[in-house]
Design a protein around this ligand. Structure first.
Ligand SMILES: O=P(O)(O)OC[C@@H](O)[C@@H](O)c1c[nH]c2ccccc12
Length: 259
């Protein structure tokens, strides 16, 4: 079984546990229900294009940074020019939690992407209830039909959708209502990073859709290359997080690349 299969298997158990603890109607009582979302589509055009991620650990890298707090990091990300923030909420594999978003929501005024493995409608209500603005749908673990249904539900709840693809086959998951397409430079099944592969895939996207290059952007040269190839957004985690002061690293990166 590859790592993605393992994560999904565990996620099913986690979701059924959450469902038995907290009902959808209880989630709907959250102060964040009905709140207007910050749009990542809009914000990508206005600021640096960088979606800076808060990530403590990952299955491919182990512990990246377990000393900083979400609040200090995401506030600095906003201050130094991120277009959006991504927060990993998966606990077992990434060391995150819903509280990581809840605890920062009222302190930042840029879009927050809830980064998790979405497989059940329940998780969309949960995302809204913790104050997320955008959710990630990963084509590798969903059918095109699920992508379409989950997109509809997200929009009903006022959440934007970032659809992540990695292969040509997954181009079939692109649905006309998707807000943004992310191309993961990293294969989630074996963790290999290949920027050239992503650029080839980007050239096959519908022309009018916003595209985000995800993962494995580790230096200014990688970033410039992807920007020149026309990506609108850049999802970066480890490069900032492995630094003791991730916000400062973002500030330097933005100033060095001149964006
Ligand atoms: O830390 P990196 O290599 O900059 O990557 C960030 C982000 O793209 C990565 O965390 C990611 C992209 N897609 C995912 C899906 C699930 C979990 C994590 C991810």
């Amino acid at each position: 079984m590859n790592i993605l299969d393992k994560i999904i298997q565990r996620k099913k158990e986690e979701v059924s546990f959450s469902k038995s603890n907290t009902s959808v109607s209880a989630l709907k009582e959250s102060e964040f229900f009905g709140r207007e979302n910050f749009s990542l589509k809009e914000s990508l055009k206005k600021r640096s294009g960088i979606i800076a991620e808060f990530k403590r650990q990952s299955p491919s890298k182990g512990i990246i940074n377990d000393t900083v707090s979400p609040l200090e990091v995401v506030s600095a990300y906003e201050k130094f020019g991120a277009s959006g923030i991504s927060v990993l909420t998966d606990r077992d594999f990434f060391g995150g939690s819903s509280e990581d978003i809840l605890n920062v929501r009222n302190s930042v005024n840029i879009p927050i992407l809830r980064k998790d493995f979405m497989i059940d409608e329940y998780q969309f209500y949960e995302a809204k209830s913790i104050g997320a603005d955008v959710i990630l749908l990963i084509a590798a673990c969903l059918s095109p039909q699920q992508v379409s249904e989950f997109t509809e539900l997200s929009h009903e709840l006022g959440l934007e959708v970032l659809l992540e693809i990695h292969t040509e086959e997954e181009l079939k998951h692109i649905h006309k209502n998707i807000d943004l397409v992310g191309i993961n430079n990293r294969n989630l099944k074996d963790f290999k990073v290949d920027l050239q592969h992503s650029v080839n895939l980007k050239n096959q996207l519908p022309k009018d859709i916003l595209s985000v290059a995800e993962s494995g952007i580790y230096n200014e040269e990688d970033f410039r290359y992807l920007k020149n190839e026309g990506f609108d957004g850049f999802l970066m985690g480890e490069y900032f997080m492995k630094h003791e002061d991730p916000g400062k690293k973002l500030a330097e990166f933005i100033s060095n690349t001149g964006i």
